[in-house]
Ligand binder design. Sequence first.
Ligand code: 26Q
Length: 790
Amino acid sequence: MTERMKAVQTALDTFLLREYHKTAAEASPNELHMALSRAMMNVISADWRTSRAAHAAARHTFYLSAEFLVGRAIFNNLLCLGMTQEVEELLRAQGASLEELESVEDAALGNGGLGRLAACYLDSAATLSLPLDGYGIRYRYGLFKQQIEQGFQKEQPDDWTHWGDPWSVRCDEEAVEVAFGRHTVRAVPYDMPVIGYGTHNIGTLRLWQAEPLIPFDFMRFNDQDYDGAVEAKNRAEDISRVLYPNDSSDEGKILRLEQEYFFSSASLQDMVRAYKRVHGTDFLQFAALHAVQLNDTHPVLAIPELIRLLKNEGLSFDDAFEIARAVFCYTNHTVMPEALETWPKDLLERAVPGMYAIIEQIDARLHRELTDRGVPADRISRMSITRGDAAHMADLAVYAGRFVNGVARLHTEILKSSVLADWYAVYPERFQNKTNGITQRRWLALANPELSALLTRLLGSERWLTDLSALRELLSFENDQGVLREFISIKKTRHQAFAAWLRRVHGIEVDPDTVFDVQIKRIHEYKRQLLGILAILELYFEIKSGELSDFAPTTFFFAGKSAPGYLRAKGIIKLIGAVSDLIAADPAVAGKIRVVFVPNYNVTAAQQIIAAADVSEQISTAGTEASGTGNMKLMANGAVTLGTLDGANVEIVEEAGLEANYIFGAHVEEIHDRAADYDPNALYQSDSRIRRVLDALVDGTLDDGGTGYFQELYDSILKGASWHNPDQYYLLLDFGRYLDAKLTVNRDTCDEIAFARKGWRNICTCGKFSSDRAIAEYASDIWKIESTAR
Ligand code: 26Q
């Protein structure tokens, strides 16, 4: 046994005995997880300390994000440290096993794409030995757990630290104070290691927890005012109590604003303090040493906060502003107007005193600058950061930052031509594109060990783990029947593994000998799960009536959470269940189509589903999905994309070829041109298939349990509402083309080899979508940081 393994063994045994009076064989999965994780923390501690020092000494980046959807750490960390096999053997020798840890729950400190992207980026930066660290919030409760009861979503709190949090180190002596209008709280940092693959570099994810300045009011307790005694404590803890489950609309709630200021302020105080320890109060080097990436607008108060802190250190507003402008960069993740954050003046002034005044100062500077540049007055007032007595956070970030980027080429073009067009006209040099990426360590190596083994064997090395573009060399096997057969058999194995997981975790039975078609993502109107389920309903009617006779048996999987207050999204979940029931109850069709809603979609579920998928549904209305990243994970696992030319789908088919995927539907230009005279009711009248599926929502064919959900969905398409036009996401416009494409995919699956070749091409050409590539681009084009590898 290696020295490292001996140390793990000793630490593991000691921990289990001391904490639980147990041996490895006796320990529960959660106890074993605690002990093993703690033992691994010992293993990495020296490298972690060295890396911290190296990051501090170099020009370095801080990634500020309200969300880090890291998922389960243990298997990923074992993989990155190259310890999986040794640890498995060690546990086996003691009558335990790694497999038990499959029941350990995810850390779900994020809603979806934006949060998971932050986690992939930390992973890649660590692997590339880049001096990058993350700052965020240590939510007491992560994203709610989703249960499906009678087809309805029910939310349960996610108590993710219930069994302990072995991957965090609490750093009490580095706590800072954050002052709000209502109270002042302590921000206590918890540090998590971010372990790179095949490097000694270890990044730090520092998550702030809100605590009261004084834990408990003894006077009030003595007066028998027990609630009052803990009132201040509760109000402080409220700030990091729970992750807001809304990932689409700006809610404008005071607690959310406090969350944003809380971690922005704490992080900037931490940065300034660390800088002062080395450089004193001479801030000339500050901008040269730091880049701060703002993950969407959630941390944008960091900009006025830095200015406030620097002014406290004696700098003028102008000097402080110049430093801020050199340090901050902003990533936009959405074009949906309802998701662009604005904070009303009165709310800001009440909640975070001082911030609005600084924002006004910034705005005054903007007005002077634009006037000097000869920008017309009407454009200046459109660009005003405080227009309508509210702070417009995206505008603030573009103006008071160095770069702004979109997350896929099409998305960046839309930012330049519409959402941020006024800004692009004045500051074109600030705009960049950084197409998203995903880490192949988690999404291929961990999720799909069988496919990984094949890729490693054919390539003759594990190079692809740190250079995903190496897979392109395997394109030469696209006509190799043996290799394609092996790929087909691996998919079958993943079908079976996923089916077994579904049975074990959710008690759901599926047939692994069917095509697995998946639409997995947050439930949103713009993502068009409603189009997905209506098309399946039409297939059902056609098979039932005999119009459609040869259909390759398919299981259609849906998974995703709805924001708790988003009733239409909840109606869509209910509808998926109702269509599933309708089909399952009909023996004439049940053998051909199965619809399954997988509850509680999270990182761990995603790893199961993605590795097993044959068809990747990416059917958002063109121009609405900024990028998508599930599309990339599915591509890497050899699923073909059935999608619109939206987000990163455009670049996916550019890499893999149109012939390896199924692109359908209106392009951005068509949507744009037809917007003015689009008439979904005319389509309803002229297309009997559309009539058939829409009528089924309201004629008693489908049961929404008396909620009125289905009538509301029907009306959203044909009538519209006070806040939107009928069919605002153009479901009916794309319906026919989508059905055709769905039938083409289905027919193509019958030629197993030809279909496998398409999947294979997707695998071999997914290199661009590694987060290693994305992070390398950020490092060189935006952050100007370099590897710290010795
Ligand atoms: C805002 C205000 C109040 C409460 C919550 C929020 C909030 C929280 C999360 C708003 C938005 C989000 C998340 C957005 C998101 O996940 N966007 C996705 O980002 C991915 C990574 O870039 C893209 O691939 C997706 O296309 C985009 O939808």
